[in-house]
Design a protein around this ligand. Structure first.
Ligand code: ZN
Length: 687
């Protein structure tokens, strides 16, 4: 690891932020970003930094403050607003107290802030305040953790760093740690920083550059130390990959069982929780996952305590028999999950008894699953959470491997981890935003690039769904996928094989599926008695068979998953009320309704609901606009009036159709049904 400090860049920050803050804070922003940028130093909101400086308060007086990272900010995109200012003197005065509860500490910090609406300062604020240094940097750098997560950590660190750093034994973050760290520093006042055993490290300096360079320098030395034996493994070679079971098959089984948390198995329509899964199988990760001793190495505990809220204390190791049948694999996973959950519940009981307290237990599901032969699978309420857990565990793998290369990896005992896992200040980091109706649900949408498909995708995204969008139009698809931060794939739905492969990719990406909006279609026209066979066949191919390909591929995933799901098709009013020369279209759509009913009939027992939306006269690319104008003119109307010829005399929009799809996605007791979205058309109403 090398220092990325550049005088030119640093000057640029000072100039850029001149209007918004002083040079101290501008430089604090700069070196916070330098640290945040490197995942070997900090990950996903981890680490914190501070500067002591002088600013004007609201009376215009110069006041000495501590600007420290606020919670919810990531070092890599730090801004001055992410460094709330607290009056330093009254903050330091807290050191004279004997003790301070977490709630009182949070309150004491807030009452010392200059800006009442600024974010809560870091839980490690007092540690920064009680040390005298101007600039302080804190990280949980991988290489440092490899040295600090050791039974002989002090010996190794002295060997490497001499007396440059002072040691702080493990104490949970908060008031007690802040006091202890200050005492340790005062006994060794010439040190450049503090090594917090089984937690991380701090460096300090008179300038932003000095503290940062000391930080990077120390990590670099730790890396060199580990690198000597970098390519560690237990040395017994890896087991052969699981051949008979692809991840696309495994993931829905795992996801379904993860969602049904043991106590109430069986109610297919309402899994307790839904998870997104993230697979990691890069060679370095596989080397760990496939190690014959992974069962031992992976069960030691977290590399630094605040990882516990993302990864739990240890992963589930899921050894699967390559030659087993799908049903026995299911049974095996259910059994393994049951064991993991029991172990988790026992741990919570044990720790509650030890502390004489009662906590509301967090769900007992694993967040990291190690599947030898397949890879590392992380689970989260959203794809982002799953990715965070995967990132953290990949770095944990690095820490464990390096720690075992230079000594023996040793994590904190479960009592300390429990304190951290159930610490209210730590749980607060996970946020308590109200859940959206489709949060955690993975939905596949066809014809998503425009019209009804795009409107539906937007509405589903607003309601929390995770989306996999497909369309023929690659450019338009890329644009909406970007807008909605969705996964996407250009696809020809008339190719059955391609559709199956696309569902495999969706499962690879998110771990499973909860619903489908089978929307794509075309509207070919011809008198029926002279209709060219190719035209009729091509309409049947896209307006009927493509839906069958989509529903069939989706059903295979939903059945494996065993947590119900919804299959929604876009039919048309012409399914019931055909128009002249629309035979090729109307016939396919009428058959599509029959297809919908067949799925409702045959898959209802598995909690899979199938429904249709019959829309009419929506301004989309389906019909040629000149055609519409001609048809309107034939009725003596202009185009706008034509769109309003319905009972409600209201133009129906793609957004109205999207609303119907959303309603059906959320209707747990509705299957085999059709919703009309046509402004009212008695001739086309269900009968
Ligand atoms: Zn920390």
């Amino acid at each position: 690891m090398r220092s990325l400090w550049s005088k030119e860049e640093a000057d640029g920050y000072v100039a850029h932020y001149r209007e918004r803050c002083n040079a101290d804070i501008a430089l604090r922003v700069y070196s916070s970003r330098l640290i945040g940028r490197d995942p070997a130093l900090v990950l996903h909101g981890g680490g914190n930094t501070s500067v002591k400086t002088v600013v004007k308060d609201d009376l215009g007086r110069q006041v000495e403050v501590l600007c420290v990272k606020g919670s919810g900010f990531d070092l890599q995109d730090m801004e001055p607003e992410g460094l709330p200012a607290l009056r330093l003197e009254p903050l330091r005065a807290l050191r004279h107290l004997q003790s301070l509860t977490d709630e009182d500490m949070v309150n004491a910090q807030r009452t010392r802030m200059l800006n009442a609406s600024a974010p809560n300062p870091s839980v490690e604020t007092l540690l920064h305040a009680f040390l005298p240094h101007k600039f302080i940097d804190h990280s949980h750098a991988d290489a440092m953790l490899s040295m600090l997560d050791q039974p002989e950590a002090e010996k190794l660190c002295v060997e490497r760093f001499g007396r440059r750093f002072a040691f702080v034994p493990y104490v949970m973050p908060g008031f007690a740690l802040a006091k202890l760290a200050a005492e340790v520093y005062e006994k060794q006042p010439d040190c450049q920083g503090l090594l917090l055993l089984q937690h991380g490290f701090f460096t300090f300096g008179q300038t932003a550059e000095e503290s940062y360079v000391r930080h990077v320098q120390a990590v670099d030395e730790a890396e060199q130390y580990c690198r000597k034996r970098r390519y560690w493994s237990s040395g017994r070679g890896s087991i052969p990959p699981v051949r008979s079971l692809s991840y696309a098959t495994l993931a829905p089984i795992l996801r379904g069982l993860l969602g049904q948390s043991g106590d109430v198995v069986g109610r297919v329509e309402s899994p307790t929780r839904r998870y997104a899964l993230e697979l990691r199988n890069a060679p370095e990760t596989r080397a760990f996952v496939d190690d014959p001793q992974v069962d031992e190495f992976s069960q030691v505990g977290c590399a630094t305590p605040d990882h516990v809220i993302r990864t739990k204390r240890y992963p589930l190791v899921l050894e699967l028999d390559p030659n087993a049948s799908e049903s026995s694999i299911r049974e095996h996973i259910a059994h393994a999950l049951h064991g993991y959950r029991e172990r988790y519940r026992d741990y919570v009981q044990r720790q509650m008894a030890r502390k004489g307290i009662v906590v509301r237990p967090i769900d007992p599901d694993p967040r990291v699953i190690i599947a030898p032969g397949i890879g590392l699978i992380a689970a989260g309420a959203t794809p982002k959470e799953a990715a965070v857990a995967a990132d953290i565990y990949e770095h944990t793998i690095d820490v464990i491997r390096n720690a075992n290369a230079i000594g023996t990896y040793q994590a904190l005992p479960e009592a300390d981890i429990f304190d951290m896992e159930y610490w209210s200040l730590e749980q607060a980091k996970l946020g308590k935003a109200p859940r959206k109706p489709l949060e955690g649900q993975i939905v596949y949408v066809t014809g998503a690039a425009s019209g009804i498909g795009a409107a539906t995708a937007r509405l589903l995204a607003q309601n929390g769904a995770t989306l996999y969008l497909v369309d023929r139009n690659e450019t338009a698809l890329a644009s909406i996928a970007k807008e909605l931060k969705a996964a996407s794939e250009a696809l020809d739905l008339t190719n059955e094989q391609a559709v199956r492969q696309s569902f495999d990719r969706a499962v690879q990406r998110f771990g499973g599926l909860d619903g489908v909006i089978s929307n794509a279609g075309t509207a070919p026209q011809s008198p029926i008695d002279t209709c060219p066979t190719e035209l009729l066949e091509s309409s049947l191919r896209i307006n009927l068979m493509a839906h069958q390909f989509v529903l069939s591929a989706a059903s295979a995933v939903l059945k494996r998953q065993g947590t119900g799901g919804f299959l929604l098709v876009n039919a048309s009013k012409s399914a019931w009320n055909p128009g002249p020369d629309f035979g090729p279209y109307a016939i396919a759509k009428a058959a599509l309704l029959a297809l919908m009913k067949q799925y409702a009939l045959e898959l209802g027992g598995r909690g899979i609901r199938c429904n249709a939306v019959n829309a009419d006269r929506i301004r989309t690319g389906l019909l040629d606009q000149q055609d519409i104008a001609a048809r309107a003119a034939a009725r003596g109307l202009d185009t706008d009036a034509y769109y309003r010829t319905n009972l409600l005399q209201r133009e129906v929009t793609a957004a109205d159709v999207a609303q119907a799809f959303l309603s059906l996605a959320l209707a747990p007791a509705t299957t085999g049904s059709v919703i009309t979205v046509d402004g009212g058309n008695i001739a086309a109403s269900p009968r």
